[in-house]
Design a protein. Structure first.
Length: 264
């Protein structure tokens, strides 16, 4: 299938990947499918027939901004679309958002668990407003995280509240709207104009529930994502294909929705 875009992947500089992947595997009690390098991601894309991947970084400390931005600049290509990261405790949060925008990046990644914040924290409203004004994409980890205690930091209700307060914000809720909170996703988010990508959901939900959520959501707000290296890109594509979705919807999920979103 040509033209596939994976909206949610991760990689690290080669030297960092060698230490980061084993540490993250231990934290989450999970095994990575790749070694965490950009070259491994590109090889996986080649095997899977994926044209482009959005590579999401996560700043675990505010002072990592410059390093992540510089690395994002060096790896940017026709196939790799980096999303640098902003840390909510960064005293120059809005200035750094402007730098990311001015350097031509389409969006940023934030993670409520690794960055210790709540999605609906009012201190972030100014950031959300500025991102809406600039037309930038915000990819957030949604739902629980396997490596952390079950504190509700980015649950479906918080996602809905933020998106309603900032209707122009291009927020992508990963893991089909909220990892392991899919009953609430179905009740609160399905049918809303909120972007959801599918990573780490196909492995945990039965096909009936998956198909129900996907078929009940606005088709233009669904995206293909894998969270590579934590799942295999080719396997995720195969699992998606087995759901028996209409071909037009499958094409929207894997290609045209992301292409339209990234082109703005």
């Amino acid at each position: 299938m040509a033209g596939i875009i994976d909206i949610h992947t991760h990689a690290f500089p080669d030297l960092i990947a060698a230490a980061a992947i084993p540490a993250l595997e231990k934290e989450g009690n999970i095994k990575a499918y790749l070694n965490g390098t950009v070259s491994a991601l590109l090889a996986s894309m080649d095997r899977s027939g994926i044209e482009q991947s959005v590579l999401c970084s996560i700043a675990t400390r505010p002072e990592q901004f410059d390093t992540i931005l510089e690395w994002s600049t060096t790896i940017r290509s026709e196939r790799i679309i980096p999303f640098p990261s902003l840390h909510p405790a960064d005293p120059q949060l809005l200035e750094h958002l402007q730098v990311i925008h001015d350097q031509g990046f389409k969006g940023v990644k934030m993670h409520p668990y690794y960055q210790d914040y709540f999605l609906d924290d009012e201190r972030l409203y100014e950031l959300y407003g500025k991102m809406s004004e600039l037309g930038m994409i915000l990819v957030i980890h949604a739902g629980y995280d396997i490596a952390f205690p079950r504190i509700r930091r980015a649950d479906p209700q918080r996602i809905l509240d933020v998106c309603r307060r900032f209707p122009e914000l291009k927020l992508i809720a990963t893991h089909l709207g909220g990892w392991d909170e899919w009953q609430e996703v179905r009740r609160l988010l399905t049918g809303e104009p909120i972007y959801m990508e599918i990573s780490f959901a196909l492995d945990f939900l039965d096909q009936t529930r998956l198909r129900d959520i996907l078929m009940s959501h606005p088709p233009e707000y669904l995206l293909f994502g894998t969270d590579s290296p934590w799942t295999d890109q080719a396997t995720t594509l195969k699992m998606l294909g087995k759901l028996g979705l209409p071909e037009t919807l499958l094409e929207q999920i894997t290609s045209s929705n992301a292409r339209r979103l990234l082109a703005r």
